[in-house]
Design a binder for this molecule. Sequence first.
Ligand code: SAM
Length: 287
Amino acid sequence: MPGTLYICATPIGNLKDVTLRTLEVLKQVDWVVAEDTRHTEKLLRHYGIQAKFGPSLYEGVERERVPVIVSALKAGKDVALVSDAGTPLISDPGYPLVRACVEEGIPVVPVPGPTAFVAALIASGLPADSFVFLGALPRRKGAKKEILEDLVGETRTAVMYESPHRLEQTLDLMAELYPERPLVLARELTKVHEEFIRGVVREVREEVRRRGGVKGEVVLVLGGEGGVPRLPDPGLVLDLYRVLIRRGRRPQEAVREMARLLGVPKGKLQMLIRQEGMHGELPEDAG
Ligand code: SAM
């Protein structure tokens, strides 16, 4: 009977984000295959786990090490794959190992947990119902530009990893292509200096420039083309609503007219009107 490959997510900063199941698996397996054992040891030490490490798996050694790990699995060893932070295979090593296991009929079990792109996306305030994940942007400017150009006309939210050293170059390229699209720069997620810089691309670029760059780890979340209407000032929405009602429009007519004038979906306007103290003046079925 072959062993099982467990793919375990580990924290992206805050050590408390590890799951109970991940800790249990790390304790029980015959081998922990880490990207860098020094990194994983910190987590294991924190939780008092004495694990047995197998061969490390990092960029450049996957070809030679995957067959060794697969042989161990075939011989019945259970193996937990972890990377330095977050979920293995997500801009991290592991794909050739999983592929080989699937081909050999070795059971592959995900043990899910943190990953930076999901953390950034869910707190971005940009649509998360449909999105594209681009992984880490290429280092070379030409290759990066091509990828960013492909996002012209993309209506879904796009999430990408970028190094703080190349961030300003990336923001310059984005500002040339789509200066008015919403952008959220999520920095140091789950750590002490966690921060979200929000605005349109042009504004985020200016803010990063003003600070002379930013430090730490960064995820960029770019709003889709025409996908995220910026909500107008709530005061303006309410004033306009009152004027239209005073002029004899029924609530649903007023909302419909405002949606056309402001280019904002009716549902969003209804929500704003209710939230901003006109509750009761807008029937539930308005619009
Ligand atoms: N496997 C990881 C995951 O599941 O997110 C990604 C590893 S990739 C080598 C490293 C990149 O992930 C960083 O350059 C950064 O873009 C992003 N990242 C990782 N941790 C982060 C954090 N705490 N805050 C913001 N971005 C982070």
